[in-house]
Design a protein around this ligand. Structure first.
Ligand SMILES: C[S@@+](CC[C@H](N)C(=O)[O-])C[C@H]1O[C@@H](n2cnc3c(N)ncnc32)[C@H](O)[C@@H]1O
Length: 510
């Protein structure tokens, strides 16, 4: 991994993450743990490496990291999803931030979390308990996950008291769904089918597509009457089919269909969590989930607006060459009033290119990004190893990019925020920003634009330029699909604003 790439990753890692300043040292671990040694090889430059496509190598790395850095004894059977410790720690630290922020009133008791789908690896309860002393209920549906999660807990007696592994009962019947604040009553003993009324239409996606969840209970029917939690967390099955998961050829973190796939994919799964949260309300202070696709994030935010949550927060987790999001919401009345989205400028923007033909890789898109900006006269410096282009655009170049852009101009913030008119010639400062291309899964790329740290731009300028770039890339890579040229629907302006602001952690209170 090049120095620049490492610097990039360091920037994206949570500052309290143990690996933020000290990434795993493969050479040291190999010298300490002979079982790991056989997976480490050296690049021609003498850098220690492992083969990320080798499941055994990634599992052994996770095992020795958990042992060395967290004093945890851990194992999973072949083929189960293998977590990467630095990345999973980011989610834990983000929740820590949510709990300690004064967005909603704090509570100073022992933190109690609920990990939906803890998996055989049980990674979140193990990390949360060992790093922060949190207690957890971790749930799952498969026998192998439940058995190995139990083992991973029992093998760590120093924290085992803090973690309960709970089997999700497929056949639980809700006899009273009105259990706000834990007052309701669940019949856990019944063998009758889960009430079909749980599948109410909360999951219809954009464009009318229905993504209903018909799987086992998630929260309702699993949370017991009267139970209260500070948060729930979830790394959901992201995909609708195993083919869609296409498992990234550059990594082999394993993952069985039960772990990776659910009908309706993550959108249906998280929509059910939202639906359950409407019933459970303040039984949890924060509801959170990871989100794998930006398109899901947008529609989930829209759903949260519909159900009347008091707070939504989002974040971005950059994980090597992929990007994920975190979404959090609450029904607890906020301590703060609305923080206007005007407070923060859009310093980080993203869009997704989904269903791109397989012959086009992140590299092709990167080349097109460079050509797009060069055509306006802006100077570009690309880094193919890190899949980014650094751009320096003078105002004349920005004008050139935006010259055919009257519709975009109407939708961007500068009309709102700079008293109706933007004078591009009013400043002589150049705009310095970076465009990075991430390969999420085969055929799905994420393009991210970010101002250089410490830089600022005229309100809305970066987002307008970015919008033009998205238009151009869609024209180039989806020429036969004129519909996909549709950019941000003005009626969706708020959702767009939320999404483009999430990466800088902006808080939005509906
Ligand atoms: C992507 S894996 C996440 C595993 C682990 N938390 C991690 O981050 O590596 C999703 C997990 O959710 C479980 N799962 C699927 N449906 C569930 C449900 N209704 N309730 C609880 N767990 C579920 C799967 O069995 C699987 O272990």
């Amino acid at each position: 991994m090049g120095k620049k790439r490492r610097r990039e990753e360091k920037r994206s890692i949570h500052p309290r993450n143990k690996y933020s300043d000290n990434p795993p040292d493969f050479a040291l671990l190999a010298s300490l743990y002979p079982s790991f040694q056989s997976y480490v090889f050296y690049s021609p430059q003498g850098k220690p490496r492992i083969d990320w496509k080798d499941f055994n190598a990634t599992r052994e790395l996770t095992r020795v990291l958990l042992l060395h850095d967290h004093s945890l004894t851990w194992w999973i059977p072949d083929g189960q999803l293998c977590p990467t410790v630095p990345n999973r720690s980011n989610y834990i630290h983000w929740i820590e931030d949510l709990l300690s922020s004064d967005t909603i009133p704090r509570e100073d008791n022992v933190v109690k979390g609920f990990d939906i789908g803890t998996g055989a690896n049980c990674i979140y309860p193990l990390l949360g308990a060992s790093l922060l002393g949190w207690s957890f209920v971790g749930t799952d549906v498969t026998d192998v996950a439940l058995e190995w999660a139990e083992r991973n807990v029992k093998n760590n007696p120093q924290i085992s008291e803090l973690i309960e592994i709970r089997k999700v009962d497929f056949e639980v019947k809700l006899i009273d769904q009105n259990i706000n604040n834990g007052e309701g009553c669940l019949d856990m003993s019944s063998n009758t089918e889960l009430s079909t009324s749980l599948s109410v239409e909360l999951c219809s996606g954009e464009n009318g597509e229905n993504k209903n969840y018909h799987g086992p209970p998630i929260l309702l029917g699993v949370v017991k009457a009267g139970e209260k939690f500070d948060f729930c967390m979830c790394n959901p099955p992201f995909f609708e089919t195993m083919e869609e998961s296409g498992l990234n050829p550059n990594t082999s973190c394993g993952g069985t269909p039960a772990e990776m796939v659910c009908p309706g994919g993550e959108q249906a799964f998280i929509s059910r969590i939202i639906q359950d949260s409407v019933q459970l309300k303040q039984s949890f202070r924060w509801y959170t989930s990871m989100v794998g696709k930006k398109s899901s994030l947008k529609s989930l935010i829209a759903k949260l607006r519909e159900v009347g949550v008091t707070v939504v927060k989002t974040t971005e987790f950059v994980q090597g060459q992929t990007c994920r999001w975190g979404i959090a919401w609450s029904f607890v009345p906020p301590t703060k009033k609305i923080i206007s989205s005007h407070v923060a400028s859009k310093n980080v923007l993203t869009f997704m290119l989904e269903g791109i033909q397989r012959q086009f890789s992140a590299f092709h898109v990167l080349q097109s990004v460079e050509s797009f900006f060069q055509a306006s006269g802006a100077s570009c410096k690309s880094n193919a190893a890190s899949f980014h282009v650094d751009i320096c655009a003078a105002m004349s170049h920005c004008k050139e990019i935006l010259k055919n852009n009257s519709s975009t101009l109407k939708e961007t913030e500068w009309d709102d925020e700079s008293s109706g008119s933007l004078c591009l010639s009013s400043t002589s400062d150049d705009l310095h920003f970076r465009i990075t291309v991430f390969e999420q899964i085969p055929g799905t790329l994420l393009v991210r634009g970010s101002l250089k740290p410490g830089e600022s731009s005229l309100p809305g300028l970066l987002s307008s330029i970015f919008q033009q770039l998205e238009d151009a890339l869609r024209k180039e890579f989806f020429p036969e699909k004129p519909d996909s040229l549709v950019m941000v629907d003005p009626t969706d302006a708020l959702a767009f604003r939320l999404i483009t602001n999430f990466a800088i952690g902006i808080l939005v209170i509906f």
